[in-house]
Structure formats: C-alpha cells, structure tokens
Design a protein around this ligand. Structure first.
Ligand SMILES: *Cc1c(COP(=O)(O)O)cnc(C)c1O
Length: 462
C-alpha cells in the first residue's frame, strides 16, 4: 500500500514512511492511495472475532509489506494488553442506549486505543530501520498523558511534553509526572498552553534542529492513529448485527479534531454498513456549522465542560475534504490555501448535500450536556462523562445509534458532580495518583530554555 498527500505534493510513500512522517512534507495529510474494500463475506467472518484478531484483519491491508501478519499481531497483542477490560472496547447498554466504551486504557480516555498502538509501532519500525525518534509536544492536559503512556519505556524513543505550570488539573498533571521511565521528560513551563504550542512550533520550523535531533510529533494527524480507531467501528457493528450485512448502524461521535469520526468514515468507505455518523460538538461548533451550511470558518475557542473538544480548527478535517472533493488534490490545496488566507472556506450546495447524506451535525450546549448526564443517571444509573454526554444528547432522536464513550467519568469528576452531586468511582489507573512519586522539570517559557534542555538531554545520542 502506498500513501499520498491530500495536497498532491509528494511522491507516494510506504506505510512506514507515512507513519514516521506524520504530516506530509507539502503541508497536507497522508492517506492510502486507495481504500481497501471489504466484501460481505469477509465482513460476516469478522463479526464475531475478538477485538485483537479483528484489529489485525482491519489493519493488515494498510501495512503492505512493512510488517508481516505475525509482527502486526504481536504489536496488537502488546498494545491492548494494557487495557483493563478483556473485550478492550466493550459495547454496553444504559437503558436502551448502546454505548461503546473506549476508555479502558491506561489514561482512561479513548486516545489510548490509538496511542498504545502507535508507541509500539514506532518502536518496531525504528528497530527495523535503525534510528531514533524524539517526540516533542505541548499539552493542555489530555493528549500528553496518553502519548506518554504510549511510549514509556520504549527503545529508541524519548518523549518531551510541555504543560503550563499550575494551569492543568491536578489529576492530569499527576497522570503525566508520575511516569518515571528514563525516556519520559515532563516539562512544566512558566507560561500558558499557547506559549507551549508556540515553542513547539518554532522548534519544528527550525528544520536543521528538527533533523539533527530527530524530532517528531504524536498529534492526531498520524494516519496510524486513524487506522487503529477504525477497528472499533467494525467491532461494534459485529456485536450489534452478529454479521448480518443487511443491517447498517449509526454512530454518535463526540468530536474535536475529527480524528475519531474520520475513522468511522474510513470504515464506511471500506464497506462497513454505516447508516449515519452523528457529528456531536460542544459549543465550539466549527464542524457542525460546516455540515449545516457548507462554510468552514474559524471562530473563537470557548472553554467548556468537555475540554478535549474545545478546538479552533479540526486537524483531520482535510482528510475528509479530500474525499469530498472526489480525491482531487488540487481542489483540496486551493481550498486550504483559501482557508489560510481568509480563515474560511465554502463548498458548493451539491457538496453540502453530499456531506449531509453521511453526517448529521449537532452542537450541544453546556446546560444540555449536564442535563444529559443527569437524565441518563436518573433513568439508568449509568454515569456519562461530559464528552460522552455530548454524543448521547446529539443522538437524542436516534435511539438506535451507538454512542462512543470517549472518557471515563471519573476523569471529569467536577462536571459529573455538578450534574448529579456524586462522582464516579475511579478506575485503578486514576487511583492513588496524588501519593505517587513524580518527576518534572520547571523551565521558562522560552524557545532557548527548551532547546537547551533538549540538547543537554540528547547529547551523546548517535
Ligand atoms: C480527543 C477527545 C475527543 C475528540 O476526538 P477527536 O478525534 O479529536 O475528534 C473526544 N473526547 C475525548 C475524551 C477526547 O480526549
């Protein structure tokens, strides 16, 4: 399988190259040159496979010759051994509502599904090719811990995560700083999240520095993350239909950067009978406005009770745009250039109708989110986290849709308490965090301070 850029500016690359590249060098996003098609007979055969076996089947057509089936199976086994539920992503019910729980990984949020796999994949590819990877990222809380857990203790990989000193929740801070592996470097900067992002961007733009220190990112644009997430759409469909290919299902997806829901779209493109994807946003509704109006336009970011969906631009959206523009990279390029210049882009009415045949978009307010946590709890005893609640609310008039549960409710205790007066019991991964040892350096929020720390830490690396 070869990979191309949504903007058409690179020669096709292999799966390994696509994974190591992250973002395409022409500024576009990487996608497979063609989407593997799964026929009905194969789908029926997949319907009752355990999660790990299914993951191998779904991913194998994408990896080409870069990994053998046995190597891939080994990576998958190790990646999901860290999940506390034997089914990895169990489908449960709350009353009549089906909920796909994606939060049984080490940081209690759905990003573990992709990042546990990505960490092992990086390690394996580096072992085969030689070389090193030094991951640098800034976090406002959630992604940082999932990335750290993905690569802790891995050979040939170091990770440096910047967080704003004293400005993230104590639980989130502890989730990162209690990881004591030698290859994990937590840096609390004396500044804001925006300072962290600015520093990371500046260092990545210094191409000589980036190449010399083998810097890489783990942000949500890596295609391997999307791929790992496509698996649970197949899994949930199989559990509901038992392989009846005449039955299609809908999914409601709490959406921020469009990574999770794009994985659902990819599964649909592969042939999974997906009837509809409900794109659920909080009041940061750039995506739901696009689905309703065909206009994709930057707005201001508002803080909400579902902070992992508080975004300004959805970094994976360009992947969908590529398919919407009939796989024409020059059309994508000109739309994205327009976006860069004017902060907005628009698609034709015909295209907008095409979007609406697959996606329904619903923006959910803060009050509605809390009210949903309350009503689900009162009716069923099941506690939704605020992100999941956005998705459940958005699917209110589609009782059959499967709602993706993206975080454990104990991770967002304050919002849950505000809604129902009690908090969910913490899973083992979140217990005792405040009593553990921590390691973290404090640095000034300047490019120079961070560069110096990286140089000191990495000197002597081959
Ligand atoms: C990241 C995240 C989301 C949004 O997922 P995207 O792939 O960015 O759309 C939703 N819920 C939680 C809990 C998250 O951490």
């Amino acid at each position: 399988m070869r990979y191309i850029s949504t903007r058409g500016g690179i020669d096709p690359v292999s799966f390994s190259e696509a994974v190591m590249m992250g973002l395409a060098t022409d500024g576009g996003l990487l996608l497979p040159a063609s989407v593997p098609q799964i026929d009905e007979r194969t789908l029926r055969g997949w319907a009752e496979l355990p999660f790990q076996q299914l993951a191998v089947e779904v991913m194998l057509p994408y990896v080409g010759d870069d990994l053998s089936r046995t190597e891939l199976a080994d990576l998958v086994q190790r990646s999901y051994a860290s999940f506390t539920h034997p089914e990895v992503t169990p489908l449960v019910t709350a009353g009549n509502r089906r909920i796909l729980e994606l939060f049984h990984g080490p940081t209690a949020a759905f990003k573990d599904v992709a990042l546990q796999f990505l960490g092992n994949l990086f390690e394996r590819l580096l072992e085969k090719q030689g070389g090193r990877l030094n991951i640098l990222g800034a976090t406002s809380g959630d992604t940082g811990s999932a990335a750290i857990y993905g690569v802790r203790g891995k050979e040939r990989i170091q990770i440096f995560i910047l967080h704003p000193l004293g400005r993230i929740s104590p639980i989130q801070e502890r989730q990162m700083t209690t990881v004591l592996d030698d290859n994990v470097h937590n840096i609390a900067i004396r500044g804001t999240f925006d300072d962290g992002q600015r520093i990371v961007k500046t260092l990545f733009n210094d191409l000589a520095f980036k190449a010399h220190y083998h810097l890489g990112a783990v942000n949500s644009i890596n295609f391997a993350r999307v791929l790992a997430q496509a698996v649970y759409y197949f899994y949930a469909w199989g559990r509901v239909t038992r392989g009846d290919t005449g039955r299609s299902v809908g999914f409601s997806v709490p959406t921020g950067n469009f990574g999770d829901i794009f994985a659902g779209y990819l599964a649909k493109c592969m042939g999974l009978p997906v009837e509809r994807l409900i794109l659920a946003t909080n009041r940061n509704d750039i995506l739901s406005r696009f689905v309703r109006t065909g206009v994709y336009q930057l707005g201001e970011v508002h803080p909400t009770v579902s902070p992992s969906m508080d975004i300004q631009v959805a970094s994976n959206f360009e992947r969908y745009l590529y398919y919407l523009m009939d796989q024409d990279p020059s059309a994508v390029r000109s739309l994205m250039e327009k976006m860069g210049r004017e902060g907005r882009l628009r698609v034709s009415d015909e295209k907008r109708q095409q979007v609406a045949r697959v996606f329904s978009a619903v923006a959910v307010s803060e009050d509605e989110t809390l009210e949903q946590i309350r009503s689900t709890y009162q009716a069923t005893g099941y506690i939704l986290d605020p992100h999941t609640a956005v998705g459940v609310r958005a699917a209110a008039d589609r009782p059959d849709a499967i709602c993706l549960a993206t975080a454990h409710p104990a991770k967002f205790g304050a919002a849950v308490r505000q809604a129902i007066g009690v908090e969910a019991e913490a899973p083992p991964s979140l217990q005792g965090l405040m009593d553990k040892d921590t390691r973290c350096v404090k640095l000034d929020a300047t490019e120079g301070a961070i560069m110096g720390f990286l140089q000191d830490t990495l000197q002597g690396q081959e």
